[in-house]
Design a protein around this ligand. Structure first.
Ligand code: NAD
Length: 315
């Protein structure tokens, strides 16, 4: 298949591109290598993808509608996996306009370009953050997403609403994947496991927001990639699926697991809870297992071991 991956130079996107290239798909990547974190890491990700095969790369910004349309039209993808975004809850409170421009306007631009190019299937990388704090646990796809707790979460909810509208208007098949905190090799440097691993190695204090009881449903990157692959084929008009592990991990347990894997003690500094953060994320996987055939394989502890092996190799 000819597949366009936006955000392909990033953490999840680079794993996905590698996987699809090894499966024999033709891949084009759109990514503006934005400075949210060091673009050198993104260039290194592109090099790693190259080891899996040849692909097209366009350093294009989603906010540049006409260029985006040109690139999409030239590649003529059958499917698009949309992962490019400004990610992260806390930074979205500091630069709300940038988040809306990239994640909402950028997504509209992409839908328009895909419609013009006759794309048949659109896979949207959404986020567990859309569930906020007012839903029953575990979160299931039919829950309300009308009360996001951060600008980032609101932009992802808006992206989902736009995806529905474009499906309704143009019958492009849309698969929305609500991704729960992802970890593994090449994890974004702003995300807790990688950030904490660096601080522990350097003997510096870890900021622990709240009392350590915050819980996250951590998902290993290979499991997310496998789900995107299933999303290429699943029969659908418009469907939403949770991609989590359906197991919550407390922040203090995450740090202990990391300490064990690194063989080093962490210095903890307790800080007040962060505005916009959710207390808990927890995925109900009933629908994803049944309809998408999603079946996460990598338990948290094993994933942390694999992450640490990669982290040590690259240091
Ligand atoms: N990592 C997670 O835990 C997680 C959880 C839920 C949802 N998601 C979503 O998954 C997607 C990928 O996340 P990630 O962790 O790999 O992040 P990432 O930052 O590593 O990757 C995103 C990529 O998008 C690119 N990008 C940003 N703005 C762009 C623009 N205007 N035009 C073109 N490209 C642009 C960046 O350069 C980057 O390479 C994002 O949409 C994110 O919101 C991630």
């Amino acid at each position: 298949m000819r597949i366009l991956v936006t955000g392909g130079a990033g953490f999840i996107g680079s794993h996905l591109c590698e996987f699809w290239l090894r499966r024999g798909h033709q891949i084009a990547i759109i990514d503006n290598l934005d400075p949210f974190y060091d673009p050198a890491l993104k260039r290194a990700n592109l090099e790693e993808i190259r080891s899996a095969g040849c692909f097209e790369f366009s350093e294009t910004d989603l906010r540049d509608a006409s260029r985006l349309r040109q690139v999409v039209t030239e590649f003529r993808p059958e499917a698009v996996a949309h992962l490019a975004a400004r990610a992260g809850v806390r930074p979205s409170l500091l630069e709300p306009e940038l988040y809306v421009a990239t994640n909402v306007l950028g997504t509209v631009n992409l839908f328009e370009a895909c419609h013009a190019a006759g794309v048949r299937r659109f896979i949207f990388g959404s986020s567990s953050s859309v569930y906020g704090r007012y839903n029953r646990l575990p979160f299931s796809e039919g829950d309300s997403i009308a009360k996001p707790l951060s600008v980032y979460a609101a932009t992802k909810a808006a992206g989902e609403a736009l995806a529905f509208a474009y499906w309704h208007l143009h019958q492009t098949s849309v698969v929305v994947l609500r991704i729960f905190t992802v970890f593994g090799p090449r994890q974004r440097p702003d995300l807790a496991i990688r950030k904490f691993a660096s601080l522990i190695e350097e003997g510096k204090e870890l900021p622990i927001f709240g009392d350590g009881s915050i819980q996250r449903d951590y998902t290993y990157v290979d499991d997310v990639v496998a789900a995107f692959d299933r999303a290429l084929e699943v029969p659908c008009g418009f469907e939403i699926f949770n991609l989590g592990n359906s197991r919550t991990i407390r922040l203090d347990y995450m740090v202990e697991t990391l300490e064990k894997a690194l063989g080093k003690k962490a210095l903890r500094r307790h800080c007040p809870p962060q505005p916009g953060d959710m207390d808990i994320t927890y995925a109900d996987l009933t629908k994803s297992r049944k309809v998408l055939g999603y079946n996460p394989q990598v338990p948290f502890e094993e994933g942390v071991q694999r992450f640490v092996q990669w982290f040590r190799r690259r240091a």
